[in-house]
Write a protein that binds this ligand. Sequence first.
Ligand code: KMH
Ligand code: ZN
Length: 275
Amino acid sequence: MEKLIITAAICGAEVTKEQNPMVPYTVEEIVREAKSAYDAGASIIHLHVREDDGTPTQSKARFEECIDAIRKVCPDAIIQPSTGGAVGMSDMERLEVTELHPEMATLDCGSCNFGGDEVFLNSDTTIRNFGRIMQERGVKPEVEVFDKGMVDLAKGYIKEGVITQPTHFDFVMGVQLAATVPDLAYIAGSVPEGSTWTVAGVGKNQFPMATAGILMGGHVRVGFEDNLYIEKGKLAESNGQLVEKVVTIAKLLGREIATPAEAREILSLPKREEL
Ligand code: KMH
Ligand code: ZN
């Protein structure tokens, strides 16, 4: 089986220090969490950034500051900024970070209910614009999927050239799409031939979905963005601790961990020295 790519979603836009004091806000805290995840075996850092008070921001300057600082301690990590940002941000705001030409960034392929009145909006126009702009700026999308229909939508965009192949998907399970093994098998079976995929289980689904992803030959995302606990009732001390747990499970199941260079090869990204 292909080596396992571990993505660490270290920060997110919604989780807070009130929920887990280790959630990073400042540049120093974001670097600390990125390094802990990288040292533990993550090759991709999925990145949201905050103001020092925790307010989510898509400011290009703040991303640049964080990416430059992360790069100093995680020299070859794939840094994957979010273009999802936080609910309610404008498309212009969300896209700012792509002006930095990151290797990858997320491309959310549909709208999703986040609970209460929170709706994460991604219209057809938004998706087309994001796809086009990311291609122009040489950014490989990670197609974020919150529901089975979003894979079908993505297939349409692939056909039209809005999203290029080979496509990399991230299945976020446990928000709108149920986090069950049959659902994961169904959705993973729906992606176009030659695609790669990662699974991100939300909340208590993080490690069960990670284990299923490891066994099924997919890749795995863990991190504070999706889950704040290392086990039931026990807060995680760092993103690195969450990554370590995935590494342990993968090793028990006989799956080797991909280095960043190997992850780039699996994802058909240019080698770091070619960037
Ligand atoms: N925070 C959510 C509104 C992404 O990174 O692209 C969007 C999100 C997905 O987290
Ligand atoms: Zn995100």
